[in-house]
Design a protein around this ligand. Structure first.
Ligand code: KG4
Ligand code: ZN
Length: 337
């Protein structure tokens, strides 16, 4: 089945065309240029930029795939969760295309897209597996029993992991988005120089996360270090390395505990933070030690993209599941609660 996918839930406008698990084209227009000076995504600016670029992206996606609209079997689009105005741009566009062409519309949950992006690269991902979505908006752990069968087993109680990277980078005056900057800088510092810790929740079987305490601890340490003089280059690098290693340690600890609890032999990690080199190295290490298979899609499929939306839409359309043209956008929608 050939599917046109559209994604606009945050600050990336994306259009893709897939056929089963093959990507025929996948185009992503990032908005970092307009948001970076604010140190975070400005919702109104995001919606406006989506509306400005989406038609050009559609044309490019068809051109790159070398197909025309008549070959498309369905239009898949992110319906939730996300910035409501941003989601609405993609959803309205998809609805208009579906209405004008008579093709089926399939509304897709963005998180379900992230959890399944791995199938665009890997043929045999075993079920059940543990799925971690770790991005600027989410840090959620799922037991993935099968396609479409998810159980949410852990989520952040405050900041998402990517949000913590971005906030810490802003605090240290390093720039935006903070994740890639901290990732690049961390190897030059000593991860043990500062002792930060992650919270322990009362119930040992809880796989929740929390990053706001860590962010505050980094802030307090930074204030101490800058009370009298400018922070030294060495201290700054050590602070960054210690923060990253604590944040990664927390993610990995919960992944391992969940895999043990649910007797899973495979783990899938997705979302922008999955690009982190320190996290990837740590995951490889635990995979070897614990006889686990770890799947981390390439960066272009970890971050927001429309190919993952088209793939999930195609799976539902195959089962005859599609959406009504009355489909509405939702800012919040969990899967597998
Ligand atoms: O999945 P994504 O592109 O967008 C959503 O949030 O949905 O993730 C963006 C987040 C940002 O917070 C960014 O700082 C973080 O992913 N990120 C990273 C790295 N690359 C991107 N965090 C840590 N290390 C990285 N290499
Ligand atoms: Zn996302």
């Amino acid at each position: 089945m050939m599917i046109l996918g559209i994604e606009s839930s945050c600050d990336e406008t994306a259009v893709a065309i897939t056929s089963g698990n093959k990507i025929l084209s996948s185009i992503v227009a990032s908005q970092n240029d307009i948001h970076s000076r604010f140190g975070g995504v400005v919702p109104e600016l995001a919606s406006r930029r989506h509306a400005e670029v989406i038609f050009t992206l559609l044309e490019s996606a068809f051109e790159e795939a070398g197909v025309t609209m008549d070959k498309i079997d369905g239009v898949a689009v992110t319906k939730a969760p996300g910035l409501i105005g941003a989601v609405l741009v993609g959803l309205s566009t998809a609805k208009a295309i579906a209405y004008a062409t008579g093709k089926p519309l399939i509304g897709v949950n963005h998180l379900e897209g992230h959890l399944n992006a791995v199938h665009l690269r890997e043929e045999n991902v075993p079920y059940p597996h543990i799925g971690l979505i770790v991005s600027g908006g989410h840090t959620s752990l799922y037991l993935v029993k099968d396609f479409g069968k998810y159980k949410l087993i852990g989520a952040t109680r405050d900041d998402a992991a990517g949000e913590a990277f971005d906030k810490v980078a802003r605090l240290l005056g390093l720039g935006y988005p903070g994740g890639p900057i901290i990732d690049k800088m961390a190897p030059s510092g000593d991860p043990k120089a500062f002792k930060f810790s992650s919270p322990q929740f009362r119930n040992a079987a809880e796989f929740d996360f929390s990053f706001s305490g860590l962010k505050t601890a980094v802030m307090l340490e930074y204030k101490k270090l800058t009370a009298k003089n400018k922070i030294s280059d060495k201290d700054l690098k050590n602070l960054v390395a210690s923060f990253q290693s604590t944040a990664i340690g927390f993610l990995v600890k919960n992944i391992l505990a969940a895999a043990k609890e649910y007797k899973c032999k495979a783990v899938v990690v997705s979302g922008g933070v999955a690009a982190n080199k320190g996290l990837r190295a740590n995951l490889e290490e635990i995979a070897d030690k614990n006889d686990l298979k770890i799947f981390v899609p390439p960066f272009s499929l970890c971050t927001d993209n429309a190919a993952m939306i088209a793939y999930v839409g195609g799976r539902y359309l195959e089962k005859g599941i599609m959406s009504d043209l009355n489909l509405n956008a939702q800012a919040v929608e969990e899967i597998g609660v």
